[in-house]
Design a protein around this ligand. Structure first.
Ligand code: WQD
Length: 330
């Protein structure tokens, strides 16, 4: 098969490209390079520079490369920015997807994998018996970013119902780690890189609130290694190929909660630092606990995460050190 991977020059997209080529299938990257990095695209993988809002360009890429499946990751993903620029987020994430789906269905491409997010759940009810978020947990996003991901799922499923396109919406939980230092996330908008930044600047890592109703008072999340996440895309792609007309919506997490304090302690230990965190004010909109039930992905795809938090931290740190030569051991 030949997969068009939109956003394939991004952090997660580059890992999906790697999984596709390692599985012996062809990958074509479609990316506007607004945040993607062309150097992440491996030799031998074609790069088409364009926006998914440009339907003609998408249609040409689908035809030129005889694409048989699309993995759509191109999107804006900063929650805070989405609050300030909601119309921009709706245009890029919803209109960009609508235009893409028009081209994909017109070309008769049979399979479509969509990058969704745990952000669709918003503030899930943590009183649920086992404290896990299932795919049946009501979706109630609390940011324009989360809204665009939920609206995106609606578009994808509606297009599937109308045209027979096989679809998978993968709801990523907190993605971390890297397959190799060159593929590491260069952004500093999530917990692990934000802690790295503080440690590199010889400053205490920050905990945004320690008075949540959780065991140690700090927020609990479900961290999943980006290599496992990329493998989930391949598993979804295989599942779609073997059953036309399928419609999958799956959590992609490990089903294991890690608190902010536990994460900072582990980062200190694994990077050779000993810098206790400082407690700062709560960050508005943070749910106390978001942990996936990963049962459906296991049942439908036979997929299960293989890497733990230590792998995520050490591989992310190797990438951080590569990009930040000032990073020193404590
Ligand atoms: C994790 C926890 C922070 C930095 C977001 C999006 C989600 C998805 C992933 C996708 C929170 C706390 C953080 C720090 C801290 N996005 N924290 N000190 O908010 O769970 O999820 O990213 O594209 O949609 O909402 O992830 O990594 O920002 O935060 O205490 O210096 O760490 O408050 O509780 P989050 P995060």
């Amino acid at each position: 098969m030949t997969w068009l991977i939109t956003g394939g020059a991004g952090y997660i997209g580059a890992h999906v490209v790697r999984a596709v080529t390692e599985a012996g299938e062809r990958a074509v990257v479609y990316d506007d390079l607004s945040t993607g990095i062309a150097d992440r695209v491996p030799d031998g993988v074609p790069l088409v520079v364009g926006s998914t809002l440009d339907g003609e360009r998408v249609a040409r890429a689908l035809a030129d490369h005889e694409v048989t499946g699309v993995v759509h990751l191109a999107a804006k993903k900063q929650v805070a920015e989405s609050v300030e620029r909601p119309l921009h987020y709706y245009r890029e994430n919803v209109e960009g997807l609508r235009v893409l789906l028009e081209a994909v269905t017109a070309a008769g491409v049979p399979s479509f994998v969509f990058s969704s997010s745990a952000a669709v759940y918003g503030m899930p009810d943590t009183a649920a018996e086992d404290g896990l978020v299932t795919e049946e947990t009501p979706c109630s996003p609390v940011s324009p970013y989360g809204e665009t991901k939920l609206a995106g799922e609606w578009l994808v499923r509606a297009a599937g119902r109308a045209t027979g396109l096989s679809t998978a919406c993968l709801r990523y939980f907190n993605v971390a780690g890297a397959a190799s230092p060159e593929l590491a996330d260069v952004g500093v908008s999530n917990l692990i890189p934000m802690v790295f930044e503080k440690l590199t600047g010889q400053a205490p890592p920050r905990i945004f609130g320690d008075d949540y109703p959780t065991p140690d008072g700090t927020c609990v999340r479900d961290y999943v290694h980006v290599v496992d996440l990329a493998e989930a895309h391949m598993a979804a792609a295989r599942a779609l190929r073997s059953s036309p007309g399928r419609d999958l919506t799956l959590n992609i997490g490990r089903g294991e909660g890690v608190s902010v304090r536990e994460m900072i302690d582990r980062i200190n230990a694994l990077t050779g630092h000993d810098r206790p965190p400082a407690v700062a004010a709560r960050r508005p909109g943070d749910p106390p606990r978001v942990v996936a039930s990963a049962d459906r992905a296991a049942a439908e795809l036979g997929w299960k995460a293989r890497h733990g938090v230590d792998d995520m931290i050490t591989s992310a740190w190797a990438g951080w050190v590569r990009h930040h030569p000032a990073a020193v051991r404590g």
